[in-house]
Design a protein around this ligand. Sequence first.
Ligand SMILES: O=C(O)CCC(=O)C(=O)O
Length: 275
Amino acid sequence: MPGSLTDEQVEHFRREGWLCPFDAIGPDEAAANLAALDSYDGRLGPDATLRLKIKAQVVAPWMTALARNPRILDAVESLIGPDILLFGTSVFAKKARDVRFVSWHQDSAYYGLDPHEEVTAWVALTPSTVANGCLRVLPRSHRMADFRHEETYDPENLLARGQTIRDIDESQAVDMELQAGQFSLHHERTAHCSAPNPSDQRRVGVAFFYMPAHTRSTLGRRGALLVRGEDRHGHWDRDPEPRMDLDPVCLDYLDRMWAGYRDTGVKQAAEKGLV
Ligand SMILES: O=C(O)CCC(=O)C(=O)O
């Protein structure tokens, strides 16, 4: 498939379910994006990042532009082809000395996508290292059976219901360390997590969820954003695009979609016996 990845990298992704690191934007642009996120604190609640879930690309034009970053899309195109829809975007932020974490989970248990070909590009806006709780993956887990998730509702878990896979062999995990402006890639079925941040440096990243245009929703009609190529299938309505920072129409959409995702995505996981 065309795109920026070598055959070896594509083969690694197909076998292992992850790849990194790649350059997306420079450190200055990462710092500017981080400053924009910080400026939403107060306006979107005490910690704006907690509201920037599942459709966070609608919060501002710069975020939608980052979702369309050609370096990210060139890499993603190598994996899922030229017709690319953005299913969604979530911000994952840990402050310095933050006890919050992300438990082991598979996104495929909750996203309601068929087939499971979604690829996440996790873009670091700060350095993301073992010391401050970077993203960790379990190699080859995307080829294992569906894992069962327990819903813990742990308030320190950054996931909506604290959905957790138990008994992961942590000795096999890979830490996807990144510098600010770099990104990693992981498959929708790859089990992943991140530890608390005991360090003095915060850790902030934006996860973009890309899928090929032929993907169907198993949760009824929903929206997505065409970010490259053509949508010849019409399985998805079109997500709105922000006209300005904190566009009120888009914020309303963001809140409704996040509430719907929490309710129906998790319900479907329960029906499939995954929670
Ligand atoms: O950033 C994190 O710690 C978790 C990210 C995550 O769960 C994801 O990108 O799907």
